[in-house]
Design a binder for this molecule. Structure first.
Ligand code: NAI
Length: 383
C-alpha cells in the first residue's frame, strides 16, 4: 500500500504529516512511503533524514500513485483533483472553513478522516491531534507574549533594583490554556486563569494559578463548554473587567466546539489595561476572543498590543510535527492490517472521525451544520 506525504502548501504552514523516525512504523504496517522532495523542510527535516522512502519529484504523480494521503492541512481543490478516486485522506480538514474542498472530496469519492474529530475517549488519546496541537499552541502563545512584553516575567532582586513579576491572565483553561498557565508559571509570572467550566478550577489550581471566580457554570456536552446566554455574557464581561485591566499579559484560548470563538475581551477592557500590556489571542483562527483581534496582525490599541496568530503549532513546527505524525500513525494502525485497508466502520474512533466516504458527507456534526444552513454543501445520508 502506497502512502503519500506531500509538502504542505498552506501559507505559513511548516509542519509535515510524517516525521523520519516514524517511517519504520508505516513500513511495519506493510506500507511504502512516497514523499515529495522537501516535504519535511519546514520542520527542519532534510530529505536525507528520511530513510526507506521513495521520493517523487512531481506532486501530481505522488497523489496519483497513492492509496493513502497524509496531510496536516486540508488539501486544496487543485490537490484533490489529482487524488486517486476512492483514496483515503487523513488530515486536519476543517469542514467549516473549507466547504468547497469537502465538496470536492465527495465528488472524487475520497474516504477522508478529520483528525480534529477523533473522539476524546481513553482509547483514542494517542491519536488526539486537537490536544497535541493545542498543547503546542498554549506554550508558544506565552513565549510570543514574553517576547512582545517589554517587562520581564520573573521577579528579580538585583543590585539594580527589584523587578516585580508580570501579571498574567489566561482565559479558557482547556488543553491550550493549561499549557499556557504552566509555561507562564515556569517563566516566573503570577498567573490567574478563568474558565466557565467549574471542573477547570482543580486543574488551574494544581498548576499553581489562581482561578478568577464568576458565578456562571456552563458545562456543555462531552466535557466542553456551552455558549453563554446574552445575560451571562454581560455578567462575565463585568466580572472579568478588573482581571483584564490588571493583567500585563492576557493569553486567551476560549472556544466552543462548532461555534465562532466567544467575544470576551471588549474594546473598553483593552482601554482599561496599562500601556505595554500584551494580549495573545490564541482563538484567532475561529474569530478571536478579543473584539480588536485581526488574524495574524499585531494591532496596537492605546499602548496595548493584540496579536492573534492563526497557526501557533506551525510556529513550533518540529515538535508539532513529531506529535501530530505520532497521532496520525496511531490512527493508521486502526485502518491498515497486513498492508491492506481494513476499515471497521463499527469502531467509534473511525465512525466519529470519518468526514466523507463513497461520495457522501458522513460526519454527524457536519451534517447537522448543513441542515442548519451554516454550511453550504450538498449532504449525503448518514449510514
Ligand atoms: P476548547 O478548545 O473547546 O476550549 C478551550 C477552553 O475555553 C475550554 O476549557 C472551555 O471551557 C473554555 N471556554 C469556552 N467558552 C468560554 C468563555 N465564554 N469564557 C471562558 N472560557 C470559555 O477546549 P479543549 O482544550 O479542547 O478541552 C475541552 C474539554 O475536553 C476539557 O474538559 C478537557 O479537559 C477535555 N479533554 C478531554 C480529553 C480526553 O478525555 N481524552 C483530551 C483533551 C481534552
Amino acid at each position: 500500500m502506497k502512502v503519500a506525504i506531500p509538502k504542505e502548501i498552506t501559507e505559513a504552514e511548516r509542519r509535515v504529516a510524517l516525521v523520519p523516525h516514524l517511517v519504520p512504523e508505516l513500513r511495519r504496517l506493510g506500507c511504502t512511503v512516497l514523499m515529495e522532495k522537501g516535504a519535511g523542510s519546514g520542520a527542519f527535516y532534510t530529505d536525507e533524514n528520511y530513510q526507506d522512502v521513495e521520493f517523487v519529484a512531481n506532486r501530481d504523480v505522488l497523489f496519483q500513485q497513492s492509496e493513502v494521503i497524509l496531510k496536516v492541512d486540508a488539501p486544496t481543490q487543485d490537490e484533490i483533483k489529482h487524488f486517486q478516486s476512492n483514496a483515503v485522506l487523513i488530515g486536519m480538514l476543517s469542514p467549516h472553513r473549507y466547504q468547497d474542498r469537502i465538496q470536492a472530496l465527495c465528488e472524487r469519492r475520497i474516504t477522508s478522516f478529520a483528525m480534529e474529530f477523533i473522539p476524546r475517549i481513553s482509547r483514542a488519546q494517542s491519536m488526539d491531534a486537537l490536544s497535541s496541537q493545542a498543547t503546542i499552541a498554549g506554550y508558544k502563545a506565552v513565549l510570543l507574549a514574553a517576547n512582545m512584553q517589554q517587562r520581564l516575567f520573573p521577579m528579580l532582586t538585583t543590585a539594580a533594583g527589584t523587578i516585580r513579576p508580570v501579571n498574567v491572565l489566561v482565559i479558557g483553561a482547556g488543553v491550550a490554556g493549561l499549557q499556557a498557565i504552566a509555561t507562564a508559571r515556569r517563566l516566573g509570572g503570577i498567573v490567574k486563569a478563568y474558565d466557565i467550566r467549574s471542573a477547570a478550577r482543580e486543574q488551574v489550581e494544581s498548576l499553581g494559578a489562581k482561578m478568577v471566580t464568576i458565578d456562571i457554570k456552563a458545562e456543555g456536552a462531552g466535557g466542553y463548554a456551552r455558549e453563554l446566554t446574552a445575560e451571562e455574557k454581560q455578567l462575565q464581561q463585568q466580572a472579568l473587567f478588573d482581571a483584564v485591566a490588571k493583567a500585563e499579559v492576557v493569553i486567551s484560548t476560549a472556544s466552543v466546539p462548532g461555534k465562532p470563538a466567544p467575544k470576551i475581551i471588549s474594546t473598553q477592557m483593552v482601554e482599561a489595561m496599562t500601556s505595554g500590556a500584551v494580549i495573545i489571542d490564541a482563538s484567532a483562527q475561529s474569530g478571536g476572543n478579543c473584539e480588536l483581534t485581526q488574524p495574524d496582525e499585531i494591532v496596537m490599541h492605546g499602548g496595548v498590543q493584540i496579536y492573534g496568530p492563526t497557526n501557533l503549532p506551525a510556529m513550533v513546527a518540529r515538535d508539532a510535527s513529531n506529535m501530530y505524525s505520532k497521532n496520525v500513525v496511531n490512527f493508521l494502525t486502526l485502518l491498515i492490517k497486513e498492508g491492506k485497508l481494513a476499515i471497521n466502520w463499527d469502531d467509534q474512533i473511525i465512525s466519529d472521525s470519518v468526514l466523507t466516504h463513497a461520495g457522501d458527507i458522513k460526519h454527524a456534526g457536519t451534517q447537522a451544520q448543513i441542515a442548519a444552513g451554516n454550511l453550504q454543501m450538498k449532504s449525503g445520508t448518514l449510514s
